[in-house]
Design a protein. Structure first.
Lengths: 241, 332
């Protein structure tokens, strides 16, 4: 039987995440590689080495190919210091704790651009018992404004589709958000998914969001939406009892 | 013997006739930095306590002649001719315990990297030694960093629990070792069909023509995309390994599922093909159709396609799909 977070809880989580909560001080255990790694992979490895908690990432990548970084954490290190070491290697990128369990990694220029796709403001975002993996891999299905934004200027074939696809069978989140940006919606969904596990005992792992843009302005930009789990194996130890 | 543990040595003194006599004495250690010894039971026993790695000899001595004279009177075979010294040897060995955080790893390309690796930590004594790490199969790759190590899935296990990580701790040429529990690397092999459920339309469908073929108002027009939220048929699958383990049951729910679907054929061929991506097991696979053909008068419009499902990049299922405006047939 699927479980949901009630709208009341969801709104509490939302306001709690955005207005009140700050990430706790977390520590990363040593993890070192002798070769460079794609940024998202390095972040995932950092996340899985968090010792006294867990985080999900919201990762926005605009470079093709994906920037690569060195990962050399040789002794237990505060997460924010490890993040500074990793993200600081990519010119123009920054990171910011958003809520108790969500940290965003983004290109600074696009992050502050009001016209950027992730800063598109959405009137209403309503999902009921929907999994975060579905939201993060098919956001246009849940955010019509985003779908219209991405289709703007493109020729749409007047025919339908076959094979509507895959979805998670895990418990879902319920959110009712007004007037938020796409970025804030994705962050809120990630926080709600991370916190959902405290209410619905499940082996499913919390996920964060991943947005890539491939191509350039001369050719057609392709937006790829996905998800990424970055919680350590023992993350359930840190759930509220 | 281990540091801090004790061992009882004993000394028996006898007359040259073979009869035992009672006496008192003291015990000494040749290397008190290695082990100490104390007299117990009036000196008949020496209690040895390990301190640090090494070897020490223990000597019992100082047995008083006062007893000799008295016993000489008793035994006519005097003079007394007994060895007054006894000795024993021992060494302190290092100890090490190994703790690894998982015995189940998943194989392949996944959005859940935490399910692909585990880590081991050690507790050892005394300090100052060196660690050597080994693993007995190629199912995992080991990356050691002093007293800890990480292991990542590399190949499917031959048998369940076939892989063991071992650490050897060495101090002053003395060694101790510890082993992990058996580790299994699980490869997604196939899908188990849990259920196939026709859409019951208990929630509002955003494409009315699917509910009433030819009579609805399918929202297909320039500037928008055809979309619907309710499938005609929904299947629920679980990912299993070659032993039939459900990935969720072995706490490996973090598998990534992707699909590839061939271009649709049939009377409504040319329909756009949607492919999907999700994570976790079990998962849903939805089948349905929304197109101008259905809007114009279905339900005779038919499309066929072949779908391949992948778990962590491994092909786990092939389906032949036939979809009309009102039904979906799957084989197998």
């Amino acid at each position: 039987m699927e479980k949901t977070i009630s709208p009341v809880i969801a709104m509490f989580l939302l306001f709690g995440s955005i207005c009140l909560a700050q990430p706790r001080s977390l520590t990363v255990s040593p993890v070192a590689f002798d070769h460079k790694l794609p940024l998202s992979q390095a972040l995932a490895l950092l996340g899985t080495r968090v010792q006294n908690g867990y985080v999900s990432f919201g990762i926005d990548l605009r470079n093709t190919p994906e920037p690569e970084v060195e990962l050399k954490i040789t002794e237990p290190t505060r997460l924010e210091i490890a993040l500074a070491q990793v993200v600081g290697q990519v010119r123009g990128y920054g990171y910011q704790p958003i809520s108790e369990h969500v940290i965003e990694v983004y290109p600074v220029e696009e992050w502050s651009d009001p016209a950027d796709v992730l800063n598109l403001r959405v009137g209403n975002f309503v999902v009921k018992n929907e999994t975060a993996t579905n939201i993060f891999s098919k956001p246009t299905r849940f955010i019509p404004e985003l779908r219209d934004y991405l289709l703007k200027g493109k020729t749409v074939q007047a025919c339908g589709s076959i094979g509507p696809g895959l979805s998670s069978a895990g418990p879902g989140i319920t959110l009712d958000l007004r007037g938020m940006t796409v970025r804030q919606i994705l962050d809120s969904a990630a926080e709600a998914d991370a916190t959902l596990r405290a209410h619905a005992k499940t082996h499913d792992l919390p996920v964060g969001w991943l947005h890539r843009v491939e191509g350039d302005h001369q050719s057609e930009l392709v937006h790829i939406w996905s998800f990424l789990s970055t919680v350590p194996r023992e993350w359930e130890h840190y759930l509220p009892q | 013997m281990a540091k801090g543990s004790t061992n009882q040595l004993s000394f028996t003194d006898k007359w040259n006739t073979g009869s035992q006599f009672s006496t008192t004495g003291t015990w000494t250690s040749s290397q008190t930095s290695v082990a100490t010894v104390s007299s117990t039971n009036n000196g008949y026993n020496g209690l040895v306590t390990g301190v640090s790695p090494g070897t020490a000899n223990f000597t019992a001595s100082g047995f008083g002649n006062v007893y000799i004279s008295s016993y000489c009177n008793y035994d006519p075979s005097c003079p007394y001719n007994s060895s007054f010294q006894g000795s024993g040897g021992g060494s302190v060995k290092p100890t090490v315990t190994l703790s690894c955080d998982t015995t189940h790893l998943t194989l392949g390309t996944t959005d859940f990297p935490g399910t692909k690796s585990g880590s081991c930590t050690t507790t050892s004594s005394p300090p100052g030694g060196t660690f050597g790490w080994t693993v007995n199969t190629s199912a995992v790759t080991l990356s050691a960093n002093g007293n800890s190590a990480t292991y990542s899935s590399n190949a499917e296990s031959s048998t369940q629990g076939d892989t063991v990580v071992k650490v050897t701790y060495t101090v002053n040429s003395q060694s101790a070792s510890g082993s992990s529990q058996g580790i299994t690397v699980h490869k997604p092999t196939s899908l188990k069909t849990v259920s196939t459920v026709p859409n019951d339309h208990t929630t509002t469908c955003t494409v009315p023509c699917l509910l009433n073929p030819g009579k609805g108002t399918c929202t297909i027009k320039a500037g928008t995309s055809c979309n619907y939220t309710e499938p005609i048929t929904r299947r629920r699958y679980s990912v299993v390994d070659k032993w039939g383990n459900l990935f969720q049951n072995v706490q490996l729910s973090g598998v990534t599922i992707t699909e590839s679907v061939t271009a649709s054929q049939g009377s409504c061929g040319g329909n756009k093909v949607e492919t999907g991506r999700t994570g976790g097991s079990p998962f849903y696979d939805d089948f349905g159709k929304c197109d101008s053909c259905c809007e114009a008068g279905g339900p005779g419009c038919t499309s066929t396609a072949t779908q391949t499902l992948y778990a962590n990049g491994f092909s786990v299922r092939n389906e032949n799909i036939t979809v009309t405006c009102t039904s979906a047939t799957l084989n197998p």
